[in-house]
Write a protein that binds this ligand. Structure first.
Ligand SMILES: *[C@@H]1O[C@H](CO)[C@@H](O)[C@H](O)[C@H]1NC(C)=O
Ligand SMILES: *[C@@H]1O[C@H](CO)[C@@H](O)[C@H](O)[C@H]1NC(C)=O
Ligand SMILES: *[C@@H]1O[C@H](CO)[C@@H](O)[C@H](O)[C@H]1NC(C)=O
Ligand SMILES: *[C@@H]1O[C@H](CO)[C@@H](O)[C@H](O)[C@H]1NC(C)=O
Ligand SMILES: *[C@@H]1O[C@H](CO)[C@@H](O)[C@H](O)[C@H]1NC(C)=O
Ligand SMILES: *[C@@H]1O[C@H](CO)[C@@H](O)[C@H](O)[C@H]1NC(C)=O
Length: 487
């Protein structure tokens, strides 16, 4: 009831003042807030309407203290201008009355403590008193945020929270916000899965530093995830955002499959080779131990590579690799079969040597025992003369005689080769070689005579001494003939 009376009284007064030109009221208009960076200059504008001129109004500026009291910092009327002594603003403010109805309070070197309410009060001698207020908001852009990821690996699926990393942003005002991301997705605390814990420090300067730790119940998929922090912070009239670098973590997970294979040599294995067997799982858990077995017999050592030197056919068989994860005691094993190929010494029939008569034919065979298909070629004096495990030798003449070599190879495998030889003699009466029956070499007072003969059995050479001696003087020379006899 009383309120309604007051309201209607005021309305009546207002109507009266406006129609009669007296009883007007002062009206003050101010922005709700003014935003400014620390150390910069803030300007708070106080607008008012009054029918009085500058001379008929006084201006007062107040601050609202922490305890909520009003403290005057400035006063001005037509007689005096006074900056109040001993206030935090005594040396930092100025007031500019630009024309009618506008008063600007300028604050230099704005500090965090200046974040408060400023009141402008206008008093008119005829129109009464009115005031308005503006909140001053102060900002400081924080330093670039940092991220520190965990360096040690984490075993997956431990069902416990493990610290992944820490983000920090320093010296911002107001308090910056940190949000963790895994890939595209912002992370929020979920019991037993994700824990984001932040702590804020107020520096001696009054600026805020924020630290945020991320802990996760690490899963295998996290090995491929990238983590980072996004920092958001307000600025005058807007807000801004920065990101940290992206980090990842090493996740250890046990194998679900195990593979064992011959790493080298490539292709078929032969006796004498060095064989490297490798065993590897599709996990990366450092706590898994590998062991090898050959035909169910343990091979000493616990590395993932097993080197067999100078293998023989006895090394053929099944190799088994077993992996035991020392955390989970999960056991996996797999096998590979190694086949060491061999080629024994070549066996020739007839062996070593054979005597043939001219016109005789002979079947010779040559082969070697092998785990693989073999091929035989025959050489005589280094020239290939036949192919195949069986050849027919025909003693057409004494020229058939000689040393025959059979070379047995395994075409599939380089370097698998063996050979054997057969000496063939062809029976024939001795004959002198056509080319050099006699070769003469003169040495001072001595003459060396040579006589070459072929035949089987080996011919015996005798020299006919002075037999059928024939002397002949031609040009003072002396000719003496000797006879080379074959038997
Ligand atoms: C007061 O405001 C006027 C108009 O904006 C300007 O020209 C003048 O420099 C100001 N004076 C001070 C002391 O800031
Ligand atoms: C993890 O980070 C390292 C170094 O920053 C990088 O070399 C590697 O490729 C990253 N791995 C993944 C899966 O992103
Ligand atoms: C910071 O986070 C709080 C709570 O989530 C939110 O109310 C505030 O608006 C955020 N500030 C910025 C600048 O994003
Ligand atoms: C054993 O090895 C084979 C061939 O690499 C693979 O296909 C199989 O999945 C493996 N078995 C296990 C139990 O790891
Ligand atoms: C390889 O083993 C065989 C017997 O299996 C042996 O006679 C030979 O000397 C060995 N070679 C080397 C290089 O150790
Ligand atoms: C025959 O075998 C011997 C001994 O293995 C070898 O030294 C020789 O080179 C081989 N000869 C040929 C022509 O293959």
């Amino acid at each position: 009831m009383a309120a309604r009376i007051t309201a209607s009284l005021l309305a009546a007064l207002w109507l009266f003042a406006h129609t009669c030109g007296v009883w007007a009221v002062v009206e003050v208009n101010m922005e709700e807030k003014v935003e400014v960076f620390r150390e910069q200059t803030a300007q708070i504008t106080c607008m008012y309407t009054s029918d009085e001129g500058i001379g008929g109004t006084s201006v007062e500026w107040f601050i609202v203290t922490r305890s909520g009291d009003m403290e005057k910092i400035y006063f001005q009327d037509s007689f005096q201008t006074k900056i109040e002594p001993d206030t935090p603003y005594t040396s930092r403010i100025s007031v500019n009355r630009t024309g009618a109805g506008v008063v600007v309070l300028t604050i230099n070197k704005v500090q965090l403590e200046d974040e408060r309410e400023f009141i402008c009060q206008i008093q008119s001698f005829t129109e009464g008193i009115s005031k308005g207020s503006t909140n001053l908001r102060v900002f400081e852009r924080p330093k670039l945020p940092t991220i520190e990821g965990r360096t040690e690996g984490v075993a997956a699926d431990q069902n416990e929270l493990t610290e992944i990393g820490t983000c920090e942003v320093k010296n911002g005002y107001p308090k910056p916000n940190i949000t963790w991301y895994r890939g595209e997705n912002p992370l929020q605390s979920i019991p037993n899965e994700v824990e984001v814990s932040s702590s804020t420090t107020t520096e001696s300067t009054g600026l805020f530093s924020v630290q945020s730790k991320l802990s996760l119940n690490v899963k295998k998929e996290d090995k491929d995830a990238e983590f980072y922090c996004e920092v958001t912070y307000p600025l005058p009239g807007s807000s801004a955002m920065t990101e940290t670098d992206h980090i990842n973590i090493t996740v250890f997970y046990p194998s679900t499959e195990l593979y064992v294979w011959v790493e080298s040599p490539e292709g078929k294995i032969k006796e004498g080779d060095t064989v490297r067997l490798r065993c590897s799982g599709n996990g990366n858990s450092p706590s898994s131990v590998l062991t090898f077995k050959h035909n169910d017999v343990d091979i000493p050592g616990d590395t993932n590579v097993n080197v067999l030197e100078n293998v023989s056919r006895q090394d053929s068989g099944v190799y088994q690799c077993t992996s035991i994860d020392m955390n989970t005691f999960l056991e996996l094993s797999n096998t590979t079969t190694v086949n060491v190929n061999f080629l024994d010494a070549a066996v020739m029939t007839p062996s070593e040597s054979v005597i043939m008569a001219v016109g005789q034919e002979l079947e010779a065979t040559c082969n070697a025992l092998s785990s693989l298909q073999t091929q035989t070629i025959w050489l005589k004096d280094g020239e290939e003369v036949a192919k195949g495990h069986i050849v027919t030798l025909k003693a057409t003449s004494i020229d058939t005689a000689g040393t025959y070599m059979c070379v047995v190879t395994v075409p599939e495998v380089d370097g698998m080769e063996t050979n054997n030889t057969l000496r063939v003699f062809v029976k024939s009466s001795p004959v002198l070689s056509e080319d050099d029956v006699t070769e003469v070499e003169t040495k001072e007072e001595m003459v060396l005579l040579s006589c070459y003969a072929r035949g089987f059995p080996v011919p015996v050479i005798t020299w006919g001494t002075h037999a059928d001696k024939d002397e002949d003087f031609t040009g003072g020379g002396l000719v003496s003939s000797f006879i080379c006899l074959l038997t």
